[in-house]
Design a protein around this ligand. Structure first.
Ligand code: ZN
Ligand code: ZN
Length: 808
């Protein structure tokens, strides 16, 4: 029985199609070695294959009868090479899983191998593995390349050991340097001597990138970094710990949340009538085991999470798995914590892109091997876990832009989730207080079923919204107008809390050189550098370029600067001048929430009322619940309204309503002040009355008129070339012609290529070409033609972004 995978007599007549997990990511055909029975090979296994003079790893996509291949006259004479070995005894991926990814690969116009490679943790696609066999003696290890060149007899012996269960442990040579994580323990300014340049470089590196392993640090800063690391860890500025401790770290963060009481809406065991009605309908739908898609529109504080929890329980009872997605890691951890309190016995897997490769690998394996129904909570990348039987996928805060991945593999989590529920006959539930206008339109067209929770749990009312005119404020005035300051003081005097939202981090967004009459800019991105006071540096928010400041102007060497504008860091500082000295202010933005657990600490401290005011970027508009907040101030509403993006108003509307949702969630009434110079904008009436359908109607009419989604399909071809390459501009004209010519025969509107709003990034000039069409296929066609006729492949980079979320 144990030898059943070995072949004795039957000829092997199957051909394997394998997707390569390394460049060029193509799908190739291989024959199967005669030593194994055909059943040894399974679709979804990771396999070792010969290519050129080396070996590679691939995923077995299909097994086809030889006749099917040889009937094709073109390939008749090709002699195929044998696969070498299989890395998995069972399929690692199910056929359904592969079908979903193949569909995605068609949509994104990328080879399936490239998609698999970008979703698999490094350890699962590395060819630096060893095959280990036990022969009653010391285990013997072979590299994969050695396997390729064994003579038939040795190969057969290995196969026999493998078949009898004496082999198969495959391990990666883990570089010990990769397994030590170094992380910052203190925020800037750091108390090190200015002459300690190496220490400062290391601190800056960790500040910009978060925890890094020692190998990356050495690669970036050289071996001397070890000395600095030693010194800084003695000082307690940096901690070095084993990378596998990440699970423990997540537990640490969880502990911070545990001190925060559950939202009333989650802790209540009684459902409200509205919740019960929605839950009943959705449960009925789950019971049919038919694919279905729903939108849950629940106003802020209406208890959407409770609906999720009830459905999750129901789905698990059916023996099917659940994926619950949040727009960011902190919210995912919070959700996991809430859920764990409600279901203490249930094992819940947390999954997100910031986990170490080692941890991600172990989660991938765990999910692939699981027999029981699982609960996964995480961010968008969790959809790529190889779950066997998903029954329910929930996207909370579905309107959030973070569900679209912009860099690397460009995909929209909602579309991927939709494809998964189609494949598995599962349910997709999108939830939001401010749905995406496309989702809203889909409910009108019957592609999503709409459910509503129109009231706050506990009968709380939505806050009153008022506009504050800031047209008279000059750049050197403080950013808070008088009425806002007064409202803030009044709130604090009543012993209540306030949040102030300013979507601009740092101290001063512009450092103006009086001599040059120009702001200092990033040399790689042509974007003004932001001054960060605590770090004593100016920083590019696009590429991270930074240097110590004050320093002479890079152009004229003068030291005559004027800072302009106000970021969160400055706002925090100027508030302490306005408010009584005993008032505590907390700040939450990407700068001071860089260290793991820091964001949770800040939010938890605010929830415990250790401060009266919380200042922050849009991070704080998302899903947090503070019962004593009765005032929310949006410090500069125009920042978002003026963005060069067709969704600027929609996004701003969502942000305002979400920010308003932070106020008055407890028993006390709330108030929202929105500071703007744009008092006549049409969105205000709808913001004030939180009239979603009214806003959507107006916005949809505008989109229809301007031919924007959801009335057309929109795509961006992103082109870029090195700044120093002068012929680049000519080349862009050439592409304009190529695209236009191709578009003539298809029904596609082509705009550009024109310089992107962010026209330079990381030393490259950026151009965008906007395509509008009814048919996605036509858009892909135009991209393909450009790709194939690119005469400057080494200079011009080209990406297709379907339904772009980021227009910059
Ligand atoms: Zn830059
Ligand atoms: Zn200057």
């Amino acid at each position: 029985m144990v030898l059943s995978i070995l072949n004795t007599e039957q000829p092997v007549s199957l051909i394997a199609e394998v997707a390569l997990l390394s460049p060029p990511f193509v799908t190739l055909s291989y024959s199967l070695p005669k030593v194994f029975v055909p059943e040894f090979w399974k679709v979804g296994q990771r396999v070792v294959l010969p290519l050129g003079s080396g070996v590679r790893i691939g995923v077995l996509l299909a097994l086809k009868p030889q006749t099917e291949i040889t009937n094709n006259s073109q390939t008749k004479d090709i002699v195929l090479k044998d696969l070498i070995w299989s890395l998995d005894k069972k399929s690692f991926f199910s056929e359904s899983y592969l079908r979903v990814l193949i569909q995605l690969s068609h949509r994104l116009f990328l080879p399936i191998g490239q998609i698999l490679a970008s979703v698999l943790p490094i350890g699962l696609r590395s060819n630096q593995l060893k095959l280990c066999v036990f022969n009653g003696q010391k285990p013997k290890k072979y590299t994969l390349k050695e396997l390729r060149f064994f003579d038939e007899e040795t190969y057969r012996k290995l196969a026999e050991l493998w078949a009898s269960g004496q082999g198969g442990i495959i391990e990666r040579n883990i570089n010990t340097l990769e397994n030590e994580l170094c992380e910052l323990c203190v925020d800037p300014p750091w108390a090190v001597r200015p002459s300690a340049k190496r220490q400062i470089a290391l601190l800056e590196l960790l500040w910009e990138n978060g925890a890094l392993n020692r190998k990356i640090i050495q690669d970036k800063l050289g071996a001397e970094a070890n000395e600095s690391l030693k010194r800084l860890s003695e000082l307690g500025f940096v901690k070095v710990r084993p990378a596998q401790g990440e699970e423990a770290e997540a537990d640490e963060i969880q502990k911070i949340w545990e001190k925060v009481p559950l939202n009333e809406e989650v802790s209540a065991f009684e459902l409200t009538n509205a919740q019960q009605e929605v839950v009943d309908k959705l449960k009925d739908s789950l019971d049919t085991h038919q694919r279905s898609s729903h939108l849950l529109h629940g106003i802020t504080g209406s208890g959407k999470t409770v609906v999720y929890l009830e459905l999750l329980k129901h789905c698990l009872a059916q023996g099917r798995s659940v994926i619950l997605l949040a727009p960011e890691v902190a919210l995912a951890i919070k959700l996991k914590n809430d859920l764990q309190k409600r279901f203490p016995q249930q094992k819940i897997i947390l999954s997100h892109g910031y986990q170490t490769p080692t941890l991600r690998e172990s989660i991938f394996r765990q999910v692939s091997e699981a027999q029981e129904a699982l609960v996964i909570i995480g961010t968008r990348s969790s959809l790529f876990l190889p779950l066997k039987n998903p029954g329910l996928i929930i996207l909370d805060e579905e309107h959030d832009a973070s569900f679209k991945q912009d860099e690397g593999l460009v995909y929209q989590a909602k579309e991927l989730a939709y494809a998964i529920v189609q494949e598995y006959n599962a349910m997709l539930l999108l939830g939001s207080a401010t749905p995406d206008i496309k989702s809203f339109q889909a409910t009108k067209q019957g592609r999503l079923t709409l459910h509503s929770l129109p009231e706050r749990v506990g009968g709380g009312t939505l806050p009153q919204v008022e506009l504050v005119d800031i047209r008279h404020l000059t750049p050197t005035d403080g950013i808070l107008a008088k009425p806002s300051q007064e409202a803030l003081l009044e709130t604090i005097n009543k012993g209540e809390q306030a949040v102030i939202l300013l979507n601009r981090r740092g101290y001063a967004p512009l450092i103006y050189c009086m001599q040059c009459s120009e702001p200092i800019k990033c040399p790689h991105c042509d974007i003004a550098l932001t001054y960060h006071k605590a770090r004593e540096r100016v920083v590019c928010h696009y590429c991270g370029y930074n240097y110590a400041f004050p320093a002479p102007c890079p152009t004229c060497k003068s030291l005559n600067f004027v800072p302009f504008g106000e970021g969160t860091e400055k706002l925090e500082e100027s508030l302490s001048g306005i408010l009584p000295p005993d008032v505590k202010i907390l700040r939450l933005d990407r700068d001071n929430a860089r260290r793991a657990g820091r964001m949770e600490e800040i939010l938890a401290a605010f929830a415990r009322k250790e401060a009266q005011v919380l200042v922050g970027t849009q991070m704080l508009s998302k899903g947090h619940h503070f019962p004593d907040v009765t005032l929310a101030i949006v410090a500069d509403a125009d920042l978002g309204l003026n963005l060069p993006d067709y969704r600027a108003t929609e996004r701003s509307f969502q942000l305002f309503v979400q920010s308003a949702g932070r106020a008055g969630r407890g028993s006390k009434a709330g108030k929202v002040l929105i500071q703007t110079r744009n008092l006549n904008h049409y969105c205000w009436d709808y913001v004030k009355s939180t009239d979603f359908s009214g806003f959507f109607e107006v916005e949809l009419q505008k989109r229809k008129r301007m031919k924007y989604p959801p009335f057309t399909n929109l795509a961006l071809i992103r082109l870029s070339f090195p700044v120093e390459w002068k012929e680049g501009y000519k080349a862009m004209e050439l592409f304009a012609e190529i695209y236009k010519k191709e578009a003539e025969t298809l029904d596609v509107a082509v705009l550009g290529p024109a310089p992107a709003p962010l026209s330079m990034l990381r030393g490259r000039r950026r151009y965008n070409c906007l395509l509008k069409a009814q048919n996605w296929q036509h858009i892909r066609r135009i991209f393909q033609v450009g790709l194939q006729s690119n005469p400057f492949k080494d200079k011009i980079r080209m990406h297709l972004d379907l339904d772009p979320v980021n227009m910059m």
